[in-house]
Design a protein around this ligand. Structure first.
Ligand code: NDP
Length: 284
């Protein structure tokens, strides 16, 4: 039976650390780290994420501002808001909730965020810094995965790591972070041949493809560590589930993250960590 990697408990532990550090920051500086969250349109999932982000800020003692813009907001209006936030000394982190409505150019919008306030680490400047291993912020979900491993005493060094998924927000940066931690990393995607065989080589398997319960025990080597980044609705009952078929994999893995309660709670926690880092670095 696998050890359960309890993301909820680990996230709570890190948030307590952030809250204590924030208290000390406020004592020293006289103001709180500030996060602005911008959402355009009425996507219900995005609205839940945004609410959770504000709740997270309140929990650790941050100042936060929320901007809920109508779906028909123009690119010019959104860019003007970002410019205002870039120059606002109360705001140290800016997060624009993705996806944006189709008439808005996501790349242009992300480029407009001051890299020093880019707490999602999506700006090309920050992506480049991660590539050369000299970064200020790490993207939240992959950074959360690294914390889950570290705080569960799972060493990456010398391990065969297989990441399935190559998106800019999860798969690619995840591969870089595992590489930086001295793992031997393979990245798989929809064109990978013999996916099952490649996955079965993994000591650490990271599943990030967005396909409900895709990975059953036949993809997993006995004793592997399995990290499930997926957040999907199970077609049969609409319940939240991961990319991994937990019931099938749990008996043969050595450690596994559940969904919900695994990687999910870590993402917002890492966003809070990045905002504190940005506030510390701000020249004020
Ligand atoms: P994307 O849709 O952007 O990327 C999916 C990736 O998976 C692509 O690289 C795609 O390959 C690959 N893929 C899709 N199907 C297969 C397949 N059958 N075999 C192999 N590879 C496949 O998704 P994201 O990276 O944004 O998200 C992945 C999952 O993680 C989703 O469930 C999402 O909800 C979840 N997520 C969870 C977060 C959390 O906080 N826990 C945060 C962010 C995401 P190709 O490039 O060839 O198309």
């Amino acid at each position: 039976m696998a050890k359960l990697i309890d993301g909820k408990a680990i996230a709570a532990e890190i948030r307590r650390e952030i809250a204590a550090e924030t208290e000390a920051f406020k004592q020293e500086k006289g103001y709180a780290p500030g996060l602005a969250v911008v959402i355009v349109g009425e996507d219900p999932a995005s609205q839940v994420y945004v609410r959770n982000k504000h709740r997270g800020c309140a929990e650790v003692g941050f100042y936060s501002e929320g901007y809920e813009l109508p779906a028909e907001t123009t690119e010019q209006e959104l860019l003007a808001l970002i410019d205002k936030l870039n120059h606002d000394p109360k705001i140290h982190g800016i997060l624009v909730q993705l996806p944006l409505p189709r008439h808005l150019d996501e790349e242009k919008v992300l480029l407009a965020i001051d890299p020093a306030k880019d707490v999602d680490a999506f700006h090309p400047t920050n992506v480049g810094k991660i590539l050369i291993g000299n970064y200020d912020f790490l993207p939240c979900t992959p950074a959360g995965v690294m914390q889950l491993l570290a705080r569960s005493d799972i060493s990456v060094e010398g391990k065969e790591c297989v990441v399935v998924g190559r998106s800019n927000i999860v798969g690619k940066p995840q591969a870089l972070l595992l590489l930086e931690a001295n793992g031997t990393v393979t990245v798989c995607h929809s064109r990978t041949k013999n996916l099952k065989e490649v996955c079965r080589r993994a000591d650490i398997l990271v599943a990030a493809i967005g396909k409900p319960e895709f990975f059953d025990a036949s993809y997993v080597k006995e004793g592997a560590v399995v990290i499930d980044v997926g957040m999907n609705r199970r077609p049969a009952d609409g319940k939240l589930c991961g990319d991994v078929d937990f019931a099938s994999v749990e008996p043969i893995a050595s450690a596994i993250t559940p969904v919900p309660g695994g990687v999910g709670p870590m993402t917002i926690t890492m966003l809070l960590q990045n905002t504190l880092t940005a506030a510390r670095a701000a020249k004020q």
